[in-house]
Structures are given as C-alpha cells and as structure tokens.
Design a protein around this ligand. Structure first.
Ligand code: NAD
Length: 279
C-alpha cells in the first residue's frame, strides 16, 4: 500500500508558520481577490481563500463584481489595486464569464503582486529559473515532494496535461530540479506507454480515472492534480486511487492532496510579496 502524501497536514503546518511570521510584521499582508459573475464553483474557491487568509492573519479584500462589469472596469480596478500599498497580492478568479479577455486581465496585474504567477513575466521567469512567484499548484506539488524527501533529480517525471497554469509550469519546475521530463497531452499517442515509464507521474487533466493501475510503474510516485466533481457532490481525481495505491510507492489523495497545498502556496506567495515589497 502506497504512502499517502498528506497535503492537508502539510498545508496546515505551512499556514501556521505563515501566521507566526505575519504576527511579527508591522502590518498584515493584503490579498485582493476579484470574482466576476456567479459561477458557483468559483464562489466556493473564493470562500476557501478567504478562510485561508483568516487562518494566516492575511487581510483579504474581496471584490465580488457582477457579470456585466466589463473588461475596462475590471482592468481599471486592477490598476487601482496595483497602486494600493495595502495590497500585496492580486488574484482574479478564473474562469471569467464569456466576453472577457483573461490574458489581458492577467497582464494588467503588476508582476510585483502576481501571486497566482499567471503574468507572462512570471511564466517566462520559470523558464529561466528566475522568478518572484511560482504558480500555486505546481509549487504545491514540489513542496509536497520536498516534504516527503522525494527528489526529482535524475528521475523520469511524466506530466500529463500541458495547460499554461498547471502542466507546463509543472514540467518546467521539475526540469529545474534536474528531472528528465516528458509532457503528455490530449494528442499524445499511447499515453500508457509514457506513463508506465514514470518514476514520478503527475496527472493534471480533469478526467475521472484516466490513470488506471496498468498505466503505472510499480513503485512510482503518483501525484493527482485533477478535480472531478461527482453527481453526489464529492470530488475525485484523475487517478484510480484504490487500484493505483496498491502498486505506487507514494500517492496523493483527492481531496486532501494537491488542493490544500495550492491554497497554502497562495498564502505563501502573498506573505513573500509583503516581505520583499512592503510598499
Ligand atoms: P486544462 O483543461 O486547461 O488542461 C487539461 C489538459 O489535459 C490539457 O493539456 C489537455 O491536453 C490534457 N488532456 C485532456 N484530455 C486528455 C487525455 N485524454 N489524455 C491526456 N491528456 C489529456 O486544465 P487545467 O487547468 O490544467 O487543470 C487540470 C485539472 O487539474 C482539472 O481537473 C482542474 O480542476 C485541476 N486543478 C486542480 C488544482 C488543485 O489545486 N488541485 C488546481 C488547478 C487545476
């Protein structure tokens, strides 16, 4: 039976540590969270971020905007927050409703406050290994690996999923740790032939049970980033957890693996922004 990589416990201890550092600061860090429209899942994510801020002593500034706010007003708000000395991180909850240009929105956020690390400067910085912020989900995966002393150096890491926010930066961060990296995606022929080679397999797709036990090398470390909501409201990952945990050496559960680590990394990015650029 695989060792469970417990994101809940690690995230809790990271947040406790953040809270004690915030306690020593003159003023708490401020995180602005902007949500546009009424996507129910997005509202749940924003509520959780608020809870995390509270747990860390970070001041959360929530901007709950109606769907018809429009691109220009949204950009103007970000411009205002860029200049607000009480705000150290700005996050725009995605997806935005139809009609918004999310790339332009991400570009408007000052790179100094880009705690989600979606600005092109942050993305480019990861390529060079020079950055102020790392995207929260892949950073959370790396923190989890580090905590359990799983060193990617020299390992064959296979990342399934090549999105700009998870798959690509994940692959680059593993490469920066001197892993040999394969990136798979929807057009990859014979996915299983690749995943079976993985010493560390990271799956970030959003397809229930995409990764079955026959696709995993015995003893591999399996990281499940995927979130799939079942009809009964429960969430599951991309990996057939029951079967794969019989053959993997380590595995993340869903929920309780990468999700809480992502949230903890957002808090850490906000703290670091306030420490390095106190305004
Ligand atoms: P995305 O839709 O932008 O990208 C999905 C990726 O999966 C693409 O690269 C696509 O090519 C690939 N893909 C689709 N079908 C495939 C298949 N059959 N075989 C191989 N590759 C396939 O999604 P995303 O934003 O990168 O998120 C991926 C998953 O991770 C989603 O389930 C999302 O909810 C979840 N997620 C979780 C966290 C967390 O904190 N746990 C954070 C972000 C995203």
């Amino acid at each position: 039976m695989a060792i469970i990589l417990d994101g809940n416990t690690l995230a809790k201890s990271i947040k406790k540590d953040i809270k004690s550092q915030v306690g020593n600061m003159m003023a708490p860090p401020g995180l602005a969270v902007i949500i546009v429209g009424d996507d129910p899942a997005s509202h749940v994510y924003v509520k959780n971020k608020k809870k995390d801020c509270l747990a860390c002593g970070i001041t959360s500034h929530e901007f709950d905007l109606p769907e018809d706010t429009g691109q220009e007003k949204l950009l103007a708000l970000i411009g205002k927050l860029n200049n607000d000395p009480n705000i150290h991180g700005i996050l725009v909850q995605s997806p935005l409703p139809e009609g918004y240009n999310i790339q332009e929105v991400f570009q408007r956020i000052s790179p100094k406050k880009d705690v989600d690390a979606f600005h092109i400067n942050s993305a480019g910085g990861i390529l060079r290994g020079e950055y102020s912020f790392l995207p929260c989900t892949p950073a959370g995966v790396i923190a989890l690996l580090d905590h359990y002393n799983i060193d990617p150096m020299g390992k064959h890491c296979v990342v399934v999923g090549h999105s700009n926010i998870v798959g690509k930066p994940m692959a680059m961060m593993l490469l920066n740790r001197n892993a040999t990296v394969t990136i798979c995606h929807i057009h990859t022929a014979d996915l299983a032939a690749h995943t079976r080679q993985a010493d560390i397999l990271v799956c970030a797709v959003g397809k229930l049970d995409l990764i079955t036990a026959d696709m995993v090398k015995p003893g591999a470390v399996v990281i499940d980033v995927g979130i799939n909501r079942l009809e009964n409201g429960k969430i599951r990952g991309d990996v057939d957890f029951e079967a794969v945990s019989e053959i993997a050496s380590h595995i993340t559960p869903v929920p309780g693996g990468v999700g809480p680590m992502t949230r903890a990394m957002l808090m850490l990015n906000t703290l670091n922004s306030a420490l390095t650029c106190p305004q």
